[in-house]
Design a protein. Structure first.
Ligand code: SF4
Length: 112
């Protein structure tokens, strides 16, 4: 399992640096553990490196724990949303072999 301590120099400024890692890695997000997630997210809310933390978690596909103020479920939803956006951008291109530049400068017709 990757820990936040493996994650680079931004970790030096992390608000959770002196907090037990167990708070940020609840066994589940339901029941009593929901309060644990809430407490972890409250620490993230005041963390100066929150964007770095979330970027790291997303780019390294961290599945477990609270990272960058988002729970496992929230990061999974964000990952799905980003994938959907990326798919929408890819399908925008007119056809295979036509460059986005050619479509943009009018040398190739735009779709639709
Ligand atoms: S955003 Fe949260 S999990 Fe990430 S470094 Fe800051 S306090 Fe820790």
């Amino acid at each position: 399992m990757t820990t936040k301590a493996d994650s680079g120099s931004w970790w030096e400024l992390a608000a959770c640096r002196t907090v037990s890692p167990e708070l940020f890695f609840p066994v589940t997000e339901t029941g009593p553990a929901r309060m644990q997630v809430t407490r972890a997210k409250a620490i993230c809310a005041n963390c100066p490196v929150r964007p770095d933390c979330l970027r790291y978690a997303m780019s390294t596909h961290q599945i477990h724990g609270v990272w960058g103020g988002l729970s496992e479920t929230e990061r999974r939803a964000l990952r799905a949303e980003l994938a959907n956006r990326q798919a929408a951008e890819v399908t925008w291109y007119p056809s295979a072999g036509t460059s986005p530049r050619a479509a943009a400068d009018g040398s190739q017709p735009l779709p639709g």
